[in-house]
Ligand binder design. Structure first.
Ligand code: CP
Length: 316
């Protein structure tokens, strides 16, 4: 049987269908273990140390990785805002910081503002590096938890129509998820975005080559009745170079109770979070709203990745 054979996780193109199945099976096992009275995996990483180096803010990714490591019995080295409180503020390069940190930790989880930074760090590191978001590049562990959530609701994943809505230019989660969706059959993606933040051609070309149908759309109302999943995203003010572009894009696409009423009964609403105004709080009690469960699923996926990357396969 195929073994998990990745040394690092820096982009979604690293995963094939078999690796996805391995990760999802271990994540299912972690979910079961956390609910069990007698836990089997609570100390399995008790001799391991994870460094969490976040040069950009995070709630879900950082805390779910730290929670995942703690729930497996491991230890954590961390700093508030690595940009300010690590020696990056004195001019140390990411290359040097990585070379040093891999002497202290068994695995590094890193969020950085530069696309490609995680891959560069992985090349410099003697221990596994996990990309927790590299600027507007990728967020592969988010894509894994997104797909895990989709799979919970639609086990085959094949034949789904998905609307990706909002900031598709700077949004790394939609980029990473697009790559993973190519592993399934008969997928259609609608890209619904303001004209100033459309999905880039590299992703569209990749989808075309890999037989995923995609369409650009500007009307959310038109797309909502057609899709099985609507994946909302925040307009990322911090990544816009021109404040006028941001103003043009902000607040354009919102799911409120009325908009949710246009969606199919069996469809789902997702969001990587944080949200600003993209989904009204009134939608939270709609059974189709999956975004808080989605965030919770991040814990199971990240426990699975820590186990697999640190060489601990689960018992049969
Ligand atoms: N979804 C996500 O990456 O959230 P954080 O920025 O809070 O980690």
């Amino acid at each position: 049987m195929r073994k998990f054979d990745l040394e690092h996780v820096y982009e979604s193109q690293q995963f094939d269908s078999e690796l996805l199945d391995i990760i999802f099976n271990v994540a299912d096992e972690m979910k079961k273990d956390l609910a069990a009275e007698q836990r089997r995996y609570s100390q399995v990483l008790n001799d391991k140390i994870m460094a969490s180096l976040f040069y950009e803010p995070s709630t879900r990714t950082r805390f779910s990785f730290e929670s995942a490591m703690a729930r497996l019995g491991g230890s954590i080295l961390t700093t508030e805002n690595a940009k300010e409180f690590s020696s990056a503020s004195k001019g140390e390069t990411l290359y040097d910081s990585t070379k040093v940190m891999c002497g202290y930790a068994d695995l590094i989880v890193m969020r950085h503002n530069e696309p490609g930074s995680a891959k560069m760090a992985a090349e410099a590191s003697s221990v596994p590096v996990i990309n927790a978001g590299d600027g507007s590049g990728q967020h592969p562990t988010q894509a894994l938890l997104d797909l895990y959530t989709i799979r919970d609701c639609f086990p085959a994943v094949d034949n789904l129509s998905i609307a990706m809505v909002g900031d598709l230019k700077y949004g790394r989660t939609v980029r990473s998820l697009s790559y993973l969706l190519t592993k399934y059959d008969n997928i259609t993606i609608y890209f619904v975005s303001p004209s100033v933040c459309k999905m880039d051609d590299d992703i569209k070309d990749y989808l075309t080559v890999n037989n995923v149908e995609w369409k650009d759309e500007s009307s959310l109302e038109k797309v909502l009745p057609l899709v099985d999943c609507v994946y909302m995203t925040r307009i990322q003010r911090e990544r816009f170079h021109d404040p006028e572009d941001y103003e043009q894009a902000a607040g354009k696409y919102i799911i409120d109770v009325e908009q949710a009423g246009l969606m199919k009964k069996e469809s789902i609403i997702m969001h990587p979070l944080p949200r600003v105004d993209e989904i009204s709080q009134k939608v939270d009690n709609d059974p189709r709203a999956q975004y808080f469960q989605q965030a919770r699923n991040g814990l199971f996926i990240r426990m699975a990745l820590l186990l697999l990357l640190l060489g601990n396969d689960i018992d049969d």
